[in-house]
Design a binder for this molecule. Structure first.
Ligand SMILES: Nc1ncnc2c1ncn2[C@@H]1O[C@H](COP(=O)(O)OP(=O)(O)O)[C@@H](O)[C@H]1O
Ligand SMILES: Cc1cn([C@H]2C[C@H](O)[C@@H](COP(=O)(O)O)O2)c(=O)[nH]c1=O
Ligand SMILES: [Zn+2]
Length: 198
Protein backbone atom coordinates (compact mmCIF):
# COMPACT_ATOMS: atom_id res chain seq x y z
CA UNK A 1 0.00 0.00 0.00
CA UNK A 2 2.65 2.52 1.01
CA UNK A 3 5.13 2.25 -1.84
CA UNK A 4 7.06 5.42 -2.54
CA UNK A 5 5.74 6.58 -5.94
CA UNK A 6 8.55 8.12 -7.97
CA UNK A 7 7.14 9.19 -11.30
CA UNK A 8 9.68 11.00 -13.50
CA UNK A 9 11.91 11.59 -10.47
CA UNK A 10 9.38 13.82 -8.72
CA UNK A 11 8.92 13.07 -5.03
CA UNK A 12 5.30 13.29 -3.88
CA UNK A 13 4.17 13.37 -0.26
CA UNK A 14 0.96 12.14 1.29
CA UNK A 15 -0.93 11.93 4.59
CA UNK A 16 -1.77 8.72 6.44
CA UNK A 17 -4.06 8.85 9.50
CA UNK A 18 -4.29 6.05 12.06
CA UNK A 19 -7.31 6.40 14.36
CA UNK A 20 -9.34 4.41 16.88
CA UNK A 21 -10.10 4.21 20.59
CA UNK A 22 -7.54 4.02 23.36
CA UNK A 23 -5.64 0.68 23.42
CA UNK A 24 -6.54 -0.01 19.77
CA UNK A 25 -2.87 -0.10 18.76
CA UNK A 26 -2.50 3.35 17.15
CA UNK A 27 0.90 4.03 18.69
CA UNK A 28 2.16 0.52 17.95
CA UNK A 29 1.12 0.90 14.31
CA UNK A 30 2.76 4.34 14.12
CA UNK A 31 5.98 2.96 15.61
CA UNK A 32 5.88 -0.06 13.25
CA UNK A 33 5.65 2.14 10.15
CA UNK A 34 8.35 4.52 11.37
CA UNK A 35 10.77 1.77 12.36
CA UNK A 36 10.39 0.15 8.92
CA UNK A 37 11.15 3.49 7.31
CA UNK A 38 14.30 3.79 9.42
CA UNK A 39 15.35 0.31 8.32
CA UNK A 40 14.99 1.58 4.75
CA UNK A 41 17.45 4.39 5.68
CA UNK A 42 14.79 7.06 5.33
CA UNK A 43 15.11 10.14 7.51
CA UNK A 44 12.32 10.20 10.08
CA UNK A 45 11.23 12.84 12.64
CA UNK A 46 8.55 12.15 15.23
CA UNK A 47 6.56 14.67 17.24
CA UNK A 48 4.12 14.46 20.12
CA UNK A 49 2.27 17.12 22.16
CA UNK A 50 4.36 18.27 25.11
CA UNK A 51 1.42 17.67 27.49
CA UNK A 52 1.61 13.91 26.88
CA UNK A 53 4.24 12.84 29.40
CA UNK A 54 2.39 9.71 30.58
CA UNK A 55 5.13 7.15 29.92
CA UNK A 56 8.13 9.29 28.99
CA UNK A 57 9.09 12.98 28.60
CA UNK A 58 10.38 12.53 25.06
CA UNK A 59 9.76 9.05 23.67
CA UNK A 60 6.49 7.95 22.06
CA UNK A 61 5.61 4.83 24.09
CA UNK A 62 2.79 2.34 23.44
CA UNK A 63 0.72 0.63 26.16
CA UNK A 64 2.79 -2.46 25.37
CA UNK A 65 6.07 -0.60 26.02
CA UNK A 66 7.22 -0.28 22.41
CA UNK A 67 8.96 3.05 21.99
CA UNK A 68 10.63 5.42 19.56
CA UNK A 69 12.44 8.71 20.14
CA UNK A 70 10.33 11.82 19.56
CA UNK A 71 10.35 15.59 20.04
CA UNK A 72 7.65 16.98 22.36
CA UNK A 73 6.26 20.29 21.06
CA UNK A 74 3.71 22.85 22.26
CA UNK A 75 2.81 24.35 18.89
CA UNK A 76 2.17 22.42 15.68
CA UNK A 77 3.99 25.03 13.55
CA UNK A 78 7.22 23.97 15.24
CA UNK A 79 7.03 20.81 13.13
CA UNK A 80 7.70 22.91 9.99
CA UNK A 81 10.83 24.37 11.59
CA UNK A 82 12.18 21.04 12.84
CA UNK A 83 11.24 18.76 9.95
CA UNK A 84 13.92 19.95 7.56
CA UNK A 85 15.32 17.53 5.06
CA UNK A 86 13.25 14.56 6.24
CA UNK A 87 11.48 11.85 4.28
CA UNK A 88 8.82 11.03 6.87
CA UNK A 89 7.14 12.91 9.71
CA UNK A 90 5.30 10.93 12.44
CA UNK A 91 2.84 12.67 14.76
CA UNK A 92 1.27 10.96 17.80
CA UNK A 93 -1.73 12.08 19.91
CA UNK A 94 -2.83 14.44 17.12
CA UNK A 95 -6.13 15.16 18.90
CA UNK A 96 -4.23 17.41 21.32
CA UNK A 97 -2.68 19.67 18.68
CA UNK A 98 -3.92 23.14 17.74
CA UNK A 99 -5.95 23.97 14.58
CA UNK A 100 -2.81 24.71 12.54
CA UNK A 101 -1.96 20.99 12.45
CA UNK A 102 -4.06 20.73 9.27
CA UNK A 103 -2.01 23.32 7.37
CA UNK A 104 1.18 21.87 8.76
CA UNK A 105 0.36 18.38 7.43
CA UNK A 106 -0.71 19.81 4.04
CA UNK A 107 2.53 21.82 3.74
CA UNK A 108 4.66 18.81 4.64
CA UNK A 109 2.87 16.61 2.08
CA UNK A 110 3.27 19.32 -0.59
CA UNK A 111 7.00 19.33 0.15
CA UNK A 112 7.11 15.63 -0.74
CA UNK A 113 7.07 14.30 2.83
CA UNK A 114 5.13 11.21 3.91
CA UNK A 115 3.14 12.26 6.99
CA UNK A 116 1.86 9.60 9.40
CA UNK A 117 -0.56 10.86 12.06
CA UNK A 118 -2.06 8.86 14.93
CA UNK A 119 -4.84 10.04 17.20
CA UNK A 120 -8.13 9.43 18.97
CA UNK A 121 -11.08 9.90 16.62
CA UNK A 122 -13.54 10.31 19.53
CA UNK A 123 -13.36 11.58 23.08
CA UNK A 124 -14.95 9.80 26.05
CA UNK A 125 -18.36 11.21 25.13
CA UNK A 126 -18.18 10.02 21.53
CA UNK A 127 -17.56 13.53 20.22
CA UNK A 128 -15.06 14.03 17.37
CA UNK A 129 -11.77 14.90 19.09
CA UNK A 130 -9.84 18.10 18.23
CA UNK A 131 -8.64 18.34 14.64
CA UNK A 132 -8.96 14.59 14.01
CA UNK A 133 -12.13 14.87 11.83
CA UNK A 134 -10.38 17.36 9.54
CA UNK A 135 -7.23 15.27 9.45
CA UNK A 136 -9.35 12.27 8.42
CA UNK A 137 -10.95 14.40 5.70
CA UNK A 138 -7.63 15.46 4.16
CA UNK A 139 -5.91 12.07 4.61
CA UNK A 140 -4.85 10.07 1.56
CA UNK A 141 -4.93 6.83 3.59
CA UNK A 142 -6.91 6.01 6.72
CA UNK A 143 -6.49 3.09 9.12
CA UNK A 144 -9.17 2.62 11.78
CA UNK A 145 -8.11 0.25 14.56
CA UNK A 146 -10.13 -1.39 17.34
CA UNK A 147 -9.27 -2.47 20.85
CA UNK A 148 -11.01 -5.36 22.61
CA UNK A 149 -14.03 -4.40 24.72
CA UNK A 150 -13.04 -5.13 28.31
CA UNK A 151 -16.67 -5.96 29.16
CA UNK A 152 -17.65 -8.45 26.44
CA UNK A 153 -14.66 -9.17 24.18
CA UNK A 154 -16.16 -7.68 21.00
CA UNK A 155 -14.42 -4.97 19.02
CA UNK A 156 -14.19 -1.71 20.97
CA UNK A 157 -14.63 1.59 19.14
CA UNK A 158 -14.77 4.05 22.02
CA UNK A 159 -12.91 4.95 25.21
CA UNK A 160 -15.14 4.80 28.29
CA UNK A 161 -14.11 7.15 31.12
CA UNK A 162 -14.44 5.54 34.52
CA UNK A 163 -14.19 8.76 36.53
CA UNK A 164 -16.81 11.53 36.87
CA UNK A 165 -14.40 14.16 35.50
CA UNK A 166 -16.18 16.12 32.70
CA UNK A 167 -13.34 18.04 31.01
CA UNK A 168 -12.47 16.80 27.52
CA UNK A 169 -8.76 16.51 28.25
CA UNK A 170 -7.83 14.14 31.05
CA UNK A 171 -4.63 12.18 30.59
CA UNK A 172 -4.70 8.61 31.86
CA UNK A 173 -4.45 4.90 31.27
CA UNK A 174 -6.40 1.86 32.43
CA UNK A 175 -6.93 3.63 35.74
CA UNK A 176 -9.23 6.18 34.04
CA UNK A 177 -10.32 4.62 30.73
CA UNK A 178 -11.43 1.31 29.32
CA UNK A 179 -12.10 0.47 25.67
CA UNK A 180 -15.70 -0.59 25.10
CA UNK A 181 -17.90 -1.71 22.21
CA UNK A 182 -20.95 0.41 21.31
CA UNK A 183 -23.34 -1.75 23.36
CA UNK A 184 -21.26 -1.84 26.55
CA UNK A 185 -20.47 1.87 26.22
CA UNK A 186 -24.17 2.71 26.00
CA UNK A 187 -24.99 0.53 28.98
CA UNK A 188 -22.34 2.41 30.98
CA UNK A 189 -23.69 5.79 29.89
CA UNK A 190 -27.31 4.81 30.73
CA UNK A 191 -26.16 3.76 34.17
CA UNK A 192 -24.49 7.16 34.65
CA UNK A 193 -27.64 9.03 33.52
CA UNK A 194 -29.75 6.80 35.76
CA UNK A 195 -27.56 7.52 38.78
CA UNK A 196 -27.88 11.30 38.14
CA UNK A 197 -31.66 11.02 38.61
CA UNK A 198 -31.40 8.99 41.82
N1 LIG B 1 -8.59 -3.99 25.83
C1 LIG B 1 -7.50 -4.00 25.05
N2 LIG B 1 -7.61 -4.26 23.73
C2 LIG B 1 -6.51 -4.32 22.96
N3 LIG B 1 -5.24 -4.08 23.42
C3 LIG B 1 -5.09 -3.79 24.72
C4 LIG B 1 -6.19 -3.75 25.60
N4 LIG B 1 -5.73 -3.44 26.83
C5 LIG B 1 -4.39 -3.30 26.73
N5 LIG B 1 -3.98 -3.50 25.45
C6 LIG B 1 -2.59 -3.35 25.00
O1 LIG B 1 -2.48 -2.12 24.32
C7 LIG B 1 -1.62 -2.32 23.19
C8 LIG B 1 -1.86 -1.20 22.19
O2 LIG B 1 -1.25 -0.05 22.73
P1 LIG B 1 -1.11 1.30 21.93
O3 LIG B 1 -0.49 1.07 20.59
O4 LIG B 1 -0.36 2.25 22.84
O5 LIG B 1 -2.62 1.76 21.74
P2 LIG B 1 -3.23 3.20 21.47
O6 LIG B 1 -2.12 4.10 21.00
O7 LIG B 1 -4.28 2.99 20.43
O8 LIG B 1 -3.82 3.65 22.78
C9 LIG B 1 -1.99 -3.72 22.71
O9 LIG B 1 -0.95 -4.31 21.95
C10 LIG B 1 -2.18 -4.47 24.02
O10 LIG B 1 -0.94 -4.96 24.50
C1 LIG C 1 -10.88 9.33 25.51
C2 LIG C 1 -10.05 10.45 26.02
C3 LIG C 1 -8.70 10.28 26.22
N1 LIG C 1 -7.93 11.30 26.69
C4 LIG C 1 -6.50 11.09 26.92
C5 LIG C 1 -6.15 9.85 27.68
C6 LIG C 1 -4.77 9.53 27.16
O1 LIG C 1 -3.84 10.29 27.93
C7 LIG C 1 -4.80 10.02 25.71
C8 LIG C 1 -5.03 8.95 24.69
O2 LIG C 1 -3.95 8.08 24.61
P1 LIG C 1 -3.91 6.75 23.66
O3 LIG C 1 -2.50 6.78 23.13
O4 LIG C 1 -4.93 6.88 22.60
O5 LIG C 1 -4.15 5.60 24.57
O6 LIG C 1 -5.88 10.94 25.65
C9 LIG C 1 -8.51 12.54 26.96
O7 LIG C 1 -7.81 13.49 27.35
N2 LIG C 1 -9.84 12.71 26.76
C10 LIG C 1 -10.64 11.71 26.29
O8 LIG C 1 -11.87 11.94 26.12
ZN1 LIG D 1 -18.70 -4.83 24.83
Amino acid sequence: MFIEPNISGERRGWIEVICGSMFSGKTEELIRRLKRAKIANLKVEIFKPAIDVRYDETDVVSHDSNSIHSTPIDNSQTILLLANDVDIVGIDEAQFFDDEIINVCEKLALKGIRVIVAGLDMDFKGRPFGQMPKLLAIADFITKLHAICVRCGHLANISYRKSAEEGQVLLGEQDVYEPRCRKCYNEGQSRLVGSEHN
